[in-house]
Design a protein around this ligand. Structure first.
Ligand code: FMN
Length: 380
């Protein structure tokens, strides 16, 4: 498929699915347990509709302030582990695509490219760094210093990974880093030569930020989480982290209004409502359903972002109508990257941007105010 023939995120997902070996596709697409939360994230958007206004006499702009600077779209790229496995352009390709679209890119602790590599390769981009609580506090402090040195504007603490969700697709596929080359994987690779040849030429697949954790041989993600991450990290630890970090601070993975208030009370500038794209607690509430009570609890002074299930620009408008400032996008951009590298990620952001602009124009404004967008929602 030529990229200019992709007109929706679903088109890019189809192209990515054709190019990727099954075990990689499943790692991206899958959720935890019975994948109820994964499906609920989409279903909760499908239940909602927007009520447009007409003849408002103004044309609204999609730009928003995100943690101190204007983002051209109400989006940021969500932290995604192992993006370098999906396409050799990896995290650097994502960071470049974000910079071109005028939005922030959040690098995962579990990235293939290190924070220094991304910052050097994309000096003009807005870089956020996502941190998982690490058992090895010295290593965690080291990562903080490295992120600050690399010019990360914001630290995003992901709080919903006390253990890794049971991802059955990965268990069945024996997913490991680097991939274990058993007979099934070899057949899978042979059936997807485009990906396999690119992967041979691309960067070594490992956790670029965590060089000291590199083991002999392959490790499953669940084992990586159990050995490297700290399941007992507390609000007090989070408060200390906030004090140690000089820049903006966000907590990601919040679904309960009281946790959102707690985040604000320890000095978080942003709350990121998320169920990790349905990959952690199966049966967790759909992410978009958690937005209204959290928006009501934290009030407008806190930057509220959400992710989970966003595949269309109009869904970003729904999130905004419910009180979010912007959305993080995970799989929507990953399908573009996996289909065609940086150019595919750019296409994904281009599609979302066009959908947002088109949706905003058609949604209209009441035209009676200070330029504030007024959105309404029918929840049926
Ligand atoms: C393949 C994959 C890897 C992910 N890795 C991380 C990660 O390293 N850190 C993190 O905070 N969230 C991670 N997430 C969760 C995303 O940041 C985000 O919350 C989720 O993808 C949003 O849902 P969506 O994919 O439906 O947009 C990952 C998600 C996927 C799909």
């Amino acid at each position: 498929m030529r990229l200019d023939e992709a007109h929706s995120i679903a088109d890019l997902e189809r192209a990515a699915r054709r190019r990727l070996p099954r075990f990689v596709y499943d790692f991206i697409a899958g959720g935890a347990g019975q994948e109820r939360t994964l499906s609920a994230n989409r279903a909760a958007f499908e239940r909602r509709s927007l009520v447009p206004r007409v003849l408002g006499g103004a044309s609204p702009t999609p730009a928003v302030d995100l943690l101190g600077k204007t983002a051209r779209l109400p989006l940021a790229i969500a932290p995604i582990g192992l993006a370098g496995l999906f396409h050799p352009d990896g995290e650097i390709g994502l960071a470049r695509a974000a910079a071109r679209a005028g939005i922030p890119f959040c690098l995962s602790t579990n990235s293939v490219a290190s924070i220094e590599e991304v910052s050097r390769a994309v000096p003009d981009g807005r870089l956020w760094f996502q941190l998982y609580p690490l058992r090895d506090r010295e290593m965690m402090t080291g990562l903080l210093l490295r992120a600050a040195d690399a010019g990360a504007e914001a630290l995003v603490l992901t709080a919903d990974l006390a253990a890794q969700g049971r991802r059955l697709r990965d268990l069945r596929n024996g997913f490991a880093v680097p991939p274990r080359l058993g007979a099934r994987v070899l057949l899978d690779l042979a059936a997807h030569p485009g990906w396999s040849i690119a992967a041979l030429r691309g960067p070594r697949i490992g956790f670029g930020n965590l060089a000291r954790t590199r083991e002999e041989g392959a490790i499953s993600i669940a084992r990586h989480v159990a050995t490297v991450f700290d399941a007992e990290f507390s609000w007090d630890d989070a408060a200390r982290l906030r004090e140690a970090w000089p820049g903006r601070f966000a907590i990601k993975g919040i679904l309960h209004p009281e946790d959102a208030l707690r985040a604000v009370s320890i000095g978080a500038d942003a709350v990121m409502v998320s169920n990790h794209g349905g990959r952690q607690l199966d049966m967790a509430i759909a992410a978009i359903d958690a937005v209204p009570p959290i928006a009501a609890s934290v009030g407008p002074a806190t930057t509220l972002m959400m992710d989970g299930g966003v595949r269309h620009g109009s869904e970003v408008l729904v999130a905004q109508s419910l009180g979010a400032r912007a959305c993080l996008v995970g799989r929507a951009v990953i399908w573009g990257l996996a289909a065609a590298g940086q150019a595919g990620a750019e296409r994904a952001l281009g599609i979302l941007g066009e959908e947002i602009a088109n949706g905003l124009a058609l949604l209209g404004t009441t035209g009676d105010t200070d330029g504030q967008q007024m959105l309404e929602l029918r929840d049926d």
